[in-house]
Design a protein around this ligand. Structure first.
Ligand SMILES: [Ca+2]
Ligand SMILES: [Ca+2]
Length: 315
């Protein structure tokens, strides 16, 4: 930055303010533009970090060039583009540690949530902000198996009536596109993302009478007997929508009992008969939506309230 060529800055030249500034952009108007850094032509004093110089903006000089700035996206969010220009918004989930399962006192719990055990998620990961939509499924697979496929908002509703095996076909097609690696969340990653740091029954609190739940989720008696467009309810603290309700979400794991000892990046049992599903759905009572709740289906099962959510990593 010091020397070689001076570098034009965006600002009009003006005297400095005396008060503290945040992201100053210089005077609103002026006659000369700032340039900085000194050049091959100058004595060393001109190269000092604090040195300021200026010229009329139409000047062209052999010792003045430019340097570019590219604005950063939000480092915790990015969007991948699927075929047909369909967006897949992603949220960065940080690495960390949590207690998986529910304490014995949690209202509505089941025994398969025991024992509470420590899980370490050793690496951050990119999780889709939304359930896979019918539009996303169709643009990759060329078809849409969903029951709730009619109406103007159908493309924004989650895909359903897809088996775990169908989900693997979807992932294989995505992984052949050369735009990164796609997979289902593990059960541990799903619960970790759903909790967003909260040990409570729901990421937003215990909600004993389910008063707050309708602000966060579509579920039985509030969902009019069908799925709804993704992202219509409030996201959790990490910016993920509809983990609770709307449709259940297939996880990568076989269903099995929890370990008692602390585990790192658990993948579930090596074999089994049923795959884990998480989060409850438009069809379920609110207890089914709890962060700790576990359910499962045979991998060839297709249900009108069961879809999926993607994890993405760099190509
Ligand atoms: Ca320079
Ligand atoms: Ca869901």
């Amino acid at each position: 930055m010091h020397g070689n060529v001076w570098e034009w800055c965006a600002d009009w030249y003006g005297s400095y303010p005396a008060s503290p500034q945040t992201d100053p952009t210089g005077p609103p108007h002026g006659k000369e533009r700032v340039f900085r850094g000194g050049s091959w032509y100058d004595f060393p004093n001109a190269l000092r970090s604090a040195n300021r110089h200026r010229h009329a903006p139409d000047g062209r000089y052999p010792a003045i060039g430019i340097r570019l700035v590219r604005e950063l996206e939000n480092e915790n969010a990015r969007t991948i583009t699927l075929p047909g220009g369909v967006a897949l918004p992603l949220v960065r989930i940080p690495a960390g540690r949590f207690l998986r399962g529910s304490p014995p006192a949690e209202a509505g719990r089941a025994n398969d949530e025991s024992p509470l055990h420590e899980v370490t998620i050793s690496r951050p990961f990119w999780l889709a902000a939304y359930e896979v939509t019918q539009q996303q499924w169709r643009t990759v697979m060329g078809s849409n198996p969903s029951t709730f496929a009619h109406g103007e908002d159908a493309p924004r509703r989650p895909v359903e009536r897809v088996s775990w095996h169908d989900a693997q076909d979807f992932l294989a097609r995505l992984n052949a596109l050369g735009i990164g690696r796609f997979r289902l969340p593990t059960e541990a990653e799903w619960e970790y993302a759903a909790r967003a740091g909260s040990p409570a029954r729901f990421a937003f609190g215990e909600d004993p009478a389910f008063d707050a739940l309708p602000k966060h989720a579509w579920f039985y008696s509030r969902a009019e007997g069908r799925s709804h467009p993704v992202g219509a309810k409030q996201p959790n603290a990490w910016g993920v929508y509809d983990l609770y309700g709307n449709v259940w979400e297939w996880c990568a794991d076989w269903f099995g009992p929890y370990p008692a000892a602390p585990v790192t990046d658990p993948q579930g049992p090596a074999s089994g008969r049923e795959r884990v599903i998480r989060g409850g759905s438009w069809f379920n009572e609110p207890e089914a939506l709890r962060s700790a709740n576990r359910h499962r289906h045979p991998p060839d099962s297709r249900q009108t309230n069961l879809g999926l959510r993607l994890i993405w990593s760099e190509p």
